[in-house]
Design a protein around this ligand. Structure first.
Ligand SMILES: [Zn+2]
Length: 79
């Protein structure tokens, strides 16, 4: 379901996180892989041996909202 909170999350994280391999920001439609350490890279920049999940940046934000907190959610996490 598309909630206001999800829309805020997508808008906030669009182009906020950079690929550690090619140094370009992730757009919501980019195909990404997530490795076993939860590091995101573009599908094309990825080492498939460490794959944990794949999908568009948008799909990954929707599936793992805890990894993409909004400002008012960050106090719940201990770093
Ligand atoms: Zn990349």
């Amino acid at each position: 379901m598309l909630t206001v909170r999800l829309l805020k999350r997508l808008k906030y994280y669009d182009r906020l996180i950079y690929c550690p391999v090619c140094r370009k920001p992730f757009s919501l439609g980019d195909e990404l892989n997530m490795d076993i350490g939860n590091t995101l890279t573009h599908k094309a920049c990825f080492n498939p041996l460490r794959n944990k999940d794949s999908g568009t940046y948008r799909e990954i934000i929707e599936k793992y909202p805890d990894y993409f907190p909004l400002e008012d959610e960050k106090e719940e996490y201990i770093y």
